[in-house]
Design a protein around this ligand. Sequence first.
Ligand code: C2E
Ligand code: MG
Ligand code: MG
Length: 585
Amino acid sequence: MRERVGNTFRDVDRRARRTPPADGPGSRIEQVLDMSRDAFVETDADGVLTQWNRQSEVLFGWSRDEVLGRPITEFLIPERHHGAVLDELESAGRSGLAPARTRPRRLDLLHREGYEVQVLGSAYIVGTADDLRIGGFLYDQDEDKAAEEALAHAYLYDSLTGLPNRTLFTYRLAYALAKGKSAPGCVAVLVLDLDRFKAINDGLGHEVGDELLVAVAGRLEAADGTAEVIARLSGDEFLVLFDGDEAEKDAVDYARRVLQALRAPIAAGDGEVFITASIGVACTSARVSEATPLLSNADAAMYQAKKRGGGTVEVFGEVMRMRVLDRMHTEHSLHRALERRELRLFYQPVVEIHGARAVGVEALLRWEHPEQGLVAPNRFIPVAEESGLIIPIGAWVLHEACRQLCMWRADRFGGPRGAVEVNLSARQIDDPEIISTVARILDDTGLPPANLTLEITESALMNDAASALRVLQALKDLGVTLAIDDFGTGYSSLSHLQRFPLDILKIDKSFVDELGVDRGGAEIVAAVVKLAHALGLQVIAEGVETERQLEALVRLDCDFAQGYLFSRPVPAHELVEKFPLPLGA
Ligand code: C2E
Ligand code: MG
Ligand code: MG
């Protein structure tokens, strides 16, 4: 190393050229470096330039031939930085051999024309003690900014529709809320969810689904009058923000315009698609001034619109608030119900239609609420399904029902012998553990699988027919009996019915109600029984209340019946009292 004097090295001849190193001009390394999008600059321990690639020529205006072999302080480093650069070269020389790399930092370098170029770069040190090299890749900060902007765009906008995404919407909502802090009613949020989008997406393909989403986004923008932001949340869900004194009214007016705009068919794929949407609107109030509850109120309103069949708008209001509170309360206490052993099973006999001999029982869940008394399943099962609590509750039901039937079968004095029917909800069918849960419970309780019947409602089967088919087949392989419940209330396609490995079809009470009232009712039941028998299924009529209905069912060749005519659902011990002799097979 040469001795340093002030801000230069003493014996460096400023004009002197040196022989380029082995990795110099024309070498393979140089060719590779020329392909880099970044400028590449390298010096030896004295700061004399050894590499200068094509991008360096572009960025700083000097050709390679002009600068190789010259100290960088002479043409690249502004004078005010000479001291710092020489300090660094010196310490690099001292630090010796360990290859090192610095963090990227900003540098001001000189262009041939005399102006300064701001670049980003990180330096590295490599080589041996007598052939030390200090180099760095440098890149233009302006280019970097463009990349940054592209990144920011991807971060804040939805790539499919070009609308703002959830992140940007969240920022804007937070800003609107902060701005209007003191005034209730000044920020409104609209949630829009397309109706039956999944069916379109699955049926016509994702590309058509994407086209549809883009078209919907276009109509949302075209219907705009007063919206602050129109964003796509995910999938087929969109969010729109309104602020100002009339926020709620603006949102509702906008919702009506959107529903109107969606009436016209949308060209997608090779044809046209008709789509409707469910819209929920919620507004800030004295109670609600934060984003999370505001959004969940809008969601609740949207679900209400869905429940009403879609294609409509609902505004979150007092009634809905009470409903949401009630639901939250139910969910909260349902969590405890399992631990506190407040759940009970009631049993209702299923009887043979000729001779009314009981062949089995359906297990029906009740909640013995500490304050409200016996609560019917319709009041809490939907909450259990939404919250996921149906998984542990359903497992408890299965276990308890199997255990109870085993007890009866071991009892010499009475109780059912045949099958116990247990209701499964759609959520349980979707549970990846369902097969192992059923298998484990059969194993634990020792109930022969054939004595367990699992009931699945028609609508649960049609939700996702393909995966339901797989689950049913696996359950069937365990040896259990399968029934389709509430038949006639959903929309099963007959081809599906044929493909599912079902054993029993339960005709919904609403059809039994019609028996003996008019001829049409009897004809529907007759047709269902014929269809079921043709598919090899046995038929249970649900909700039989009168002798007249029973007679009609006998005539129509139905196999089994269940209803208040025989018995209401009762606790296990009452069933034994009612049927003191062994029942069923
Ligand atoms: P479901 O499975 O269709 O059960 C039949 C329902 O009809 C029962 O109502 C039963 O009490 C009622 N019922 C039976 N015979 C008659 C009759 O002659 N007249 C009238 N009016 N009603 C009759 P429940 O016990 O209130 O259960 C309602 C629904 O709740 C059940 O319908 C089932 O879908 C669901 N459910 C009950 N227990 C469970 C369970 O453990 N798990 C799941 N996932 N769902 C259950
Ligand atoms: Mg049932
Ligand atoms: Mg039913």
